[in-house]
Ligand binder design. Sequence first.
Ligand code: ADP
Ligand code: MG
Length: 188
Amino acid sequence: MKKPIIRIQDLNKSYFNGAPLHVLKGVDLTVERGEFLSIMGASGSGKSTLLNILGILDNYDTGEYYLNNVLVKNLSESRAAALRNRKIGFIFQSFNLITFKNAMENVALPLYYQGIGRKKRNAMAMEYLDKMGIRSHWDHLPNELFGGQKQRVAIARALIARPQIILADEPTGALDSVTSREVMELLR
Ligand code: ADP
Ligand code: MG
């Protein structure tokens, strides 16, 4: 029997800033290992809200979210951080690189939080920069890189801890169409 990696049942989420806003209404979603899927919907329909819940960056109100058969609900911040670090790679439209760290250091960061020594994590970061085709830019700061290069660094950072899930929130939203296609190919 296949075990889904993500299983969401009857998930509800509202925001309460003034008038309550019921954003996710009874969402069901099952994702198997190896699946590559897109969530489409109008701006404001709740895509980022759902991704943030999947990435354990935000909580939900009712329903269930199982990640690898483990119920993700009301976790402590440290437990949530540990799960995120080991299981999930996140890629954002705006890259979210650390501005004062170079490309290699940005990619190596998830390994730092796993307590891996500097030499080893930098060597692994170089390997992932190589896979993304930007090894030669390892010592550039984010503001010295083009958008597509920044997103390659962000993808390398998302992959380096070998997560089971990659979540990407409009990863090509800030890129031109040629670069967007390249980034989608890398993700695939
Ligand atoms: P999408 O990513 O599909 O554009 P979002 O998940 O960002 O949609 O937003 C869904 C709805 O929730 C929107 O109406 C948005 O204004 C609202 N929203 C998003 N984040 C918050 C928040 N932190 N507080 C209050 N409302 C929010
Ligand atoms: Mg969004």
